[in-house]
Design a binder for this molecule. Sequence first.
Ligand SMILES: Cc1ncc(COP(=O)(O)O)c(C=O)c1O
Length: 372
Amino acid sequence: MNVPLLDLKAQHRTIRDEVVAKVMEVVDAQLFILGQPVQDLEAKLAELCRVKHAVGVASGTDALLLPLKALDLRPGDEVVTVPFTFFATAGAIHNAGAKPVFVDIEADTYNMDPDALEAAITKRTRAIMPVHLFGQMAAMERILAVAARHGIPVIEDAAQAIGARRRVDGAWRMAGELGAATGFSFFPSKNLGGWGDSGAVVATDERIATRVRRLRVHGGLQTYFHDEVGTNSRLDALQAAVLLAKLPHLAAWSAARRANAERYTQGLAGVPAVRTPVTDPANEHIYNQYVLSVDRRDDLQAHLKAHGIGTAVYYPLALHLQPCFAYLGYGKGAFPVSEAATARVLALPVFPELSQAQQEHVVDAVRSFYGD
Ligand SMILES: Cc1ncc(COP(=O)(O)O)c(C=O)c1O
C-alpha cells in the first residue's frame, strides 16, 4: 500500500469545481494584481484571527520579513527566536538587518521555552519571535509577559498554525490574536495552501500593519511616490481566489487532521521507542505535521519507505549549527533540546483525506520495525 506524506490531489478532487470557479472569476475579469479577491481574503483572515488588520503578501517568508522591517532594525539589534524551526524564521531576522538570538525549546511541544527567554534578552533586543511549530501555539501568555516587562513586541511565526488556538485566562485565543504582528504561510503543504507561494500578515499593531501594506508595494501607497524603500511582495489575486475558496473548509480539514493524530497516538501507544506528539493541555493543535520522537530514526524512515510510506524530517539541523549562521558564534551543545530533537523527529502522513486503512498500514509498519 502506498501512503504519501501528503496527497494534495485527494483534497483537490473534493473541491475542484469550487476553486476553479473562483479562479475563473479572476481570469475572466483579467484583474490579476491585488484587487477584490485580496481584500476579501484579508477581511476573512482578520475575522478568523480576531484582529483588525490583515495584509496579503507573496510568501510566508515575506510575512515575517516585512513586519520585522517595519520595526526599523539597525545593525546590532537583536531578535530572539528558536533554533528548531524552518530556516525562514531566522533568515527573515537576518534579512531584516538584525541578529538572530536563539533560545532553546521545550522538549515536549518543540516550542520556545519561556523559562529560557528572559536570559536571552539584552538592551539590543527589539522583538521576540516565537514559532507555533507543527500547528500548536507556543506559550504566548508567558512570552508576552516577558516582552511586556521589556517593552518589546512579539511577532508570531504562525506559518504552520493557521486556525490554531490556545486557552489563556479561560478564553480561547487564536494564533495571530495576541502578538503585535503575525506571519502566515499558504505554501501548498500548509493546512490552508495556495496553488503556489503566498502568505499574509495579521496585526493588532496598526502601525506595523500600515507599514507592511506600504512595504509590499515598494514603500509607496500612491503609485510612483515612495516614502521608503520596500519591495514587490503583493499577494497574487489568483492565489487569493484559491485561498478564499478553500478557507470555508479549513476548520473541517484541521479537525480531520486532529482525528488522524488521535488514531495514530492510540495505535502507537505502548511502543517504548516511540514518543507520540505532546499537546500542551491549553492548546488546540491543527497538526500541520504529526511528528514522532523515536529511537533509530533514520532506520525507521528507511523501513517505512520500503513499506511505501512517505515521511519527513523537520528539521535535521538546528539553525544555530547552519554554516550561514556560524558568525553568530554558537557551538554544538548550545541548545541541547533542539539538537536532540533534530536526531529523533519523524513526521508521518496526517493529511485530512488519509484513509483508516492507510493509517493502519503506517501503525503496523512502525510497530513491526520495533519488533512488535
Ligand atoms: C515555521 C515556518 N516559518 C516560515 C515559513 C516560510 O513560509 P513560506 O515557505 O511560505 O515562505 C514556513 C514555511 O514553510 C515555516 O514552516
